[in-house]
Design a protein around this ligand. Structure first.
Ligand SMILES: Cc1ncc(COP(=O)(O)O)c(C=O)c1O
Length: 299
């Protein structure tokens, strides 16, 4: 599934460091750490009229990622919230909006990896775009297992939500070449980790399973699904899941802020049922409850 250009995004305003710029002028320096080494952290946020879904959890994860990478001048949450509000106001956005919130280590005095070369502070980018859910959550997606493993903590901890996304991009390229929608990534032991840009759940015999967050991003939508299941008496467990178990599941779905909950209808040519009653129930409960997880920017 390839996203298309939305003409409403042609003239959007983008917040960079301390002010808004029109899209055509929204740029970072060639000396910025994100250009030099993918040295940045990010969050994807979804905006509804009720607020930003799980705003505090996203800001906490941004902070934890930045602290892990030893960023020294992380803007305050108040500053970030104001920058988001300013950007949404400038674009007249209250719904159907996705925000790519990025914090780079900032501009370097000369090219190089050393963070000591970053002497002008970090750089916050608020890129808000008109972007309804990116997948067709009715027909679902087809995925292909990639030869590219998802990072486990001994390589680069997947708990850091960083901009060094090349292992996931390689998995996505393999899926593209095969005409599939996403790459399924295994961990270094061969258990299922996640899709290249979203988490995975499996329904089997009335129980909902998801891989441990050892080698996947501990997704915020993943946590919301687990919470909604628990609130509704649905048995949900984390476990090591093999591909054979996924192929033989009663249902599989992906979770993420960009697409919310998306049925997976094929893995490596094995067809999966998308009308499993428990899976349909979870998708329905998520839709009914997601706005309760919205938090206002001025809260
Ligand atoms: C690799 C990866 N997995 C999963 C997710 C879903 O995470 P969330 O539910 O927090 O959007 C993302 C989103 O950025 C991601 O990049």
């Amino acid at each position: 599934m390839l996203q298309k250009f939305d003409p409403r995004n042609e003239t959007i305003q983008v917040f960079i460091k301390d002010r808004l710029y029109p899209r055509s002028e929204a740029k970072v320096s060639v000396f910025d750490s994100s250009v030099q080494g993918g040295d940045a952290v990010w969050e994807g946020l979804r905006v509804y009229p009720e607020g930003v879904v799980c705003l505090e959890k996203h800001l906490n994860r941004l902070y934890e990622s930045a602290k892990t990478l030893a960023f020294v001048d992380i803007p305050s949450k108040e500053f970030i919230k104001k920058a988001i509000q300013q950007t949404l106001d400038a674009n007249g956005m209250t719904d159907d909006t996705h925000i790519r919130l990025t914090l780079t280590r900032g501009e370097k005095i000369t090219s190089g990896m050393d963070p000591r070369l970053n002497q002008s502070g970090s750089c916050l980018i608020v890129l808000a775009e008109w972007k309804p859910l990116v997948y067709d959550n009715t027909s679902g997606i087809k995925v292909l297992t990639s030869s590219q493993r998802r990072n486990a903590p001994q390589f680069l901890d997947s708990k850091i939500h960083h901009n060094n996304l090349l292992n996931n991009i390689l998995a996505k390229i393999q899926a593209n070449v095969a005409g599939k929608d996403a790459g399924l990534m295994l961990d270094e032991r061969g258990f299922v980790a996640e899709l290249n840009g979203s988490n995975l759940f499996m329904v089997k015999d009335g129980v909902v399973y998801t891989p441990y967050a050892h080698a996947c991003l501990p997704g915020i939508t993943r946590a919301t699904v687990m919470e909604i299941c628990k609130m509704n008496g649905i048995d949900v467990k984390e476990k090591d899941i093999s591909l054979a178990e996924m192929y033989n599941a009663d249902g599989v779905f992906a979770t993420g802020t960009m697409g919310e909950l998306t049925p997976v209808v094929e893995i490596d040519g094995r067809i999966l049922e998308k009308a499993n009653p428990l899976q349909l129930e979870i998708l329905k409960l998520f839709k009914q409850n997601i706005k309760k997880f919205c938090q206002p920017l001025n809260g």
